[in-house]
Write a protein that binds this ligand. Structure first.
Ligand code: SF4
Ligand code: SF4
Length: 92
């Protein structure tokens, strides 16, 4: 996923994929018609943590619009923690 942080020009870490695991996703994903629960790895996330349907029309629109610069942290582990915390805060 691409991120566009406020006032910055950082880009998404290749091979991270934390935002394809930690948050829940209510949109239909090919192979996951009900979306996915928080903490569940998206079925379209490849073993090297890339989106297998990137750029395709059946990729959920929310994936393309995801902007999570503050939650990406300094590395993948931090992103998983921050996004999990964000999920907890926003799902109650
Ligand atoms: S958590 Fe951030 S850095 Fe990691 S894949 Fe998602 S947008 Fe990219
Ligand atoms: S469809 Fe692609 S971008 Fe969206 S959560 Fe799954 S792997 Fe990530």
């Amino acid at each position: 996923m691409k991120i566009v942080p406020p006032g910055g020009n950082l880009s998404c870490r290749t091979g991270c994929g934390a935002c394809c695991i930690a948050p829940s996703l209510s949109s239909r994903i090919p192979g996951m018609p009900q979306g996915k629960a928080a903490g569940l790895r998206c079925i379209q996330l490849t073993l090297d943590n890339r989106c297998a349907i990137y750029g395709m029309t059946h990729r959920p629109a929310v994936c393309g619009s995801f902007q999570a610069s503050d939650s990406c942290g300094a590395n993948r582990e931090e992103a998983l923690q921050l996004l999990a915390e964000l999920e907890r805060l926003t799902s109650t």
